[in-house]
Design a protein around this ligand. Structure first.
Ligand code: AMP
Ligand code: GLY
Length: 420
């Protein structure tokens, strides 16, 4: 079978790495891929986010049998519908179902309608009304209504900061259309948890538990990023697991069916847990990055079997099976990220990782120039290590990182150690 993975981050690298282990995967392609992924997939730098016609041509030319979509943007823009219409098998939800991530306003209204626990909220389309609400209620969480690469959520500490965020979105138009409508919601306290399931619309298979670290600095300080690291397992008590399934996952999938937006693919609920009770912070309609980099190395099954079964509606026949070992992924970022940063820094020492057991570098913002690899993004790569427990996995990941270097390389030193 000829398989194509859409995306070019660490999540897509680990997807290709795991697919490579499948005896059914005859050839693996990636669009656009990255220089690290080129070791396991044939990468093609063509458009894939909004306009799918070049992709369609590649699929015809290379006789691709199955497409697996990593990131949210093409899903929200209808890539699955385009491919299904073209009679190409695809793993990923339809445009209608992907609205769960594509619109915060849709997601919040949906949760309210179906009684799914989430933070109390108000929706605003008027700048003056939004500002007077903040003046009356104090600082709240502010979210723009659309995809903003993780940058459209503000957690202001003061009314002034909150008003600044609202103005940025609604007046200055920094987020384009997405900023014209905003959600202002209650700030939740507790521990965050990523709860990720795979579904074919009938069966639901939860993946092993994981947690990611969003803030740039240790101890949860500084602005949020796409994710600076992750670990698995995250040790969810069974009582909490049952609550998440009963109060969140099952009603979400049933509700979406009722709305004629049947969901098939990966549903990722970003949760806040307070006193053992889960509330939804956000829905994602795809695998997490860097959560996938700690989940897939623990998976025993053939990934292709699972994704095909989810597409074909036969997920009930699959039993997911996991290694008991723990995994930790530490993201190496360009100094300055998530703000501005420089690219083009040579990456040294990666070859030294080959001699280490249970260490897997998954590349993201990495490009090849002549014979060397250079940085090409904010999150450059994630180093995943597997070990008997989280401490051992974390130790091994940091031992590996000591061998890698690029100018102004930045990483958090508490991944897998501080159990957020
Ligand atoms: P979201 O994209 O909605 O998940 O927001 C990104 C991050 O902002 C989350 O992972 C949380 O760390 C934080 N966040 C979002 N909403 C809230 C909230 N209502 N209360 C506290 N933190 C939040
Ligand atoms: N790690 C957070 C995300 O994938 O959205």
């Amino acid at each position: 079978m000829r398989v194509l993975v859409i995306g070019g981050g660490g999540r897509e690298h680990v997807l290709c790495w795991k697919l490579r282990q499948s005896c059914r995967a005859e050839k693996i392609y990636a669009v656009p891929g990255n220089a690290g992924m080129a070791e396991v997939a044939e990468c093609e730098k063509i458009g894939y986010e909004n306009n799918f016609s070049s992709l369609g041509r590649l699929i015809d030319k290379e006789k691709i049998d199955f497409v697996i979509v990593g990131p949210e943007l093409p899903l929200v823009n209808g890539i699955a519908d385009y491919l299904e219409k073209k009679k190409v098998a695809v793993f990923g939800p339809s445009k209608k179902a992907a609205l769960l991530e594509g619109s915060k306003v849709f997601a919040k209204k949906f949760m309210k309608k179906y009684g799914i626990p989430t933070a109390d909220f108000e929706i605003f389309t008027d700048l003056t009304k939004a500002i007077s609400y903040i003046k009356k209620e104090g600082p709240r969480v502010i979210k723009v209504d659309g995809l903003a690469a993780g940058k459209g959520v503000f957690l202001p500490n003061t009314k002034e900061e909150a008003i600044e965020a609202i103005e940025l979105a609604m007046e200055k138009g920094v987020f384009g259309e997405a900023g014209k409508r905003i959600v202002i919601e209650e700030k939740l306290k507790g521990r965050e948890l990523s709860f990720i399931v795979i579904t074919d619309g009938k069966s639901i298979k939860p993946l092993v538990s994981s947690r990611d670290y969003k803030p740039i600095y240790e101890r949860g300080k500084g602005p949020n990023t796409g994710g600076m690291g992750a670990y698995s397992p995250a040790f969810i008590p069974f009582s909490l697991y049952k609550k998440i399934m009963k109060q969140i996952v099952i009603p979400t999938l049933k509700g979406m069916k009722k709305e004629k937006r049947e969901f098939k693919g990966v549903l990722y609920a970003g949760l806040m847990i307070e006193n053992g009770n889960p509330k939804v912070l956000e829905y994602n309609v795809r695998l997490g990055d860097p959560e996938t980099q700690v989940i897939l190395p623990r998976l025993k099954n053939d990934l292709l079997d699972i994704l095909l079964a989810a597409r074909e509606g036969t997920l009930d026949r699959i039993n997911l099976s996991w290694h008991s070992q723990a995994a930790v992924c530490v993201v190496l970022a360009s100094g300055g990220y998530p703000g501005s940063y420089e690219k083009g820094k040579p990456i040294m020492g990666l070859e030294k990782l080959f001699s280490l057991n249970n260490v897997f570098p998954f590349c993201a913002g990495v490009k090849r120039e002549d014979s060397s690899l250079i940085t090409d993004g904010g999150r450059v790569m994630g180093i995943t290590a597997v070990g008997d427990d989280l401490n051992k996995a974390a130790q091994q990941a940091y031992r590996a990182i000591d061998k890698v270097h690029f100018e102004r390389m930045y990483y958090r030193r508490d991944i897998g150690k501080s159990r957020i």
